[in-house]
Design a protein around this ligand. Structure first.
Ligand SMILES: [Mn+2]
Length: 311
């Protein structure tokens, strides 16, 4: 059996991100969309929510109706102090280690709540046997967050510094049981070292994932980009960063961070809870304002015309 799950914690005073908290209802709506769509596309997989708090109505019954199991897992591991940005995000690592200890599965995907699954994960499962899969964020080495992660690694491993780490995001961690167990053992070691040296990662669980991936690769344990299966689409007016891979690859899991949680995923939640089914893919793509997978017509004709003219 393969397992797909999302981790979600609420804890007074803890922070969801680097800015103000959005509040848990926003997340519960996203969780229903993420897990109900994952189950709809992967009916043979177990789909679960791992959380430290009782799920409030109506979200609990919506999840049950969609065939999603809810597991209670206390936030006891990978905890940092509450006022750290992203302090709640570390719960993902806690949940993954809990799942490895308490649940039976062959392969597992942990994914963010702000996602929509539009295709079965068939190919991802095949690749999960070969390596731990993480989403590789296309950040150059000097991008502030990528640079901060590398600096954090330098502090731990001064030999060979300055290091330049690959930036992996926390939106997806996948692998078969054995590989995930080894990877989480590494994450646990890194967390212990951070505690011992009083290092406070400012960028959430990604720092631990990136250093673990770096160490895994140095010791011959494969880690691969999951970018053929999940992709981040930034849909904000000021930061519209998208690709036509949603229909050309096609990507299985659309990750819609930032304002996507309050807008596109909210509308998908409304539609799903009213009608009991998600709209067809084309309607989802329109809702997300994803670009057409063909070049603009007039521009194309003009360039062809110019190219056909003699020199
Ligand atoms: Mn996310």
């Amino acid at each position: 059996m393969d397992l797909i799950f999302t981790a979600f914690a609420t804890l007074d005073g803890f922070r969801e991100n680097a800015d103000a908290n959005r509040g848990s209802d926003v997340y519960y709506r996203c969780i229903v969309v993420a897990l109900a769509s994952a189950k709809a596309q992967n009916p043979d997989c177990q789909v679960a929510l791992v959380t430290n708090a009782p799920v409030p109505a109506p979200f609990d019954s919506q999840l049950h109706k969609a065939g999603v199991t809810i597991y209670q897992c206390p936030f006891e591991r990978f905890r940092f102090r509450a006022d750290l940005p992203w302090s709640l995000a570390f719960y993902k690592l806690c949940a993954l280690s809990w799942v490895l200890e308490h649940l039976t599965f062959d392969r597992c995907v942990m994914m963010d709540a702000d996602t929509y699954t539009q295709y079965p994960l068939t190919d991802l499962w095949r690749e999960a046997d070969e390596a731990v899969l993480l989403y590789q964020v296309p950040h150059p080495a000097s991008q502030p967050m990528a640079a901060a992660i590398s600096r954090c690694c330098d502090a731990f491993y001064p030999d060979g510094a300055p290091h330049v780490l690959t930036h992996f995001g926390g939106e997806l961690v996948a692998g078969c049981r054995g590989r995930l167990q080894e990877f989480m053992d590494l994450c646990g070691e890194i967390y212990q070292e951070m505690q011992a040296r009083k290092v406070l990662p400012q960028d959430g669980d990604e720092v631990i994932l990136c250093i673990a991936a770096w160490r895994a690769l140095r010791t011959g344990r494969p880690v691969r980009a999951a970018n053929a299966y999940i992709w981040r689409y930034w849909l904000g007016a000021r930061h519209y960063f998208v690709s036509t891979n949603y229909c050309l690859v096609p990507i299985c899991i659309l990750h819609l961070p930032g304002s996507g949680k309050d807008r596109q995923l909210k509308l998908l939640y409304r539609r799903y809870t009213k009608q009991g089914v998600f709209p067809d893919r084309r309607a989802v793509w329109r809702l997300c304002g994803l670009p057409a997978a063909h070049p603009p017509l007039l521009n194309t004709l003009w360039v062809r015309l110019l190219a056909a003219l003699p020199d």
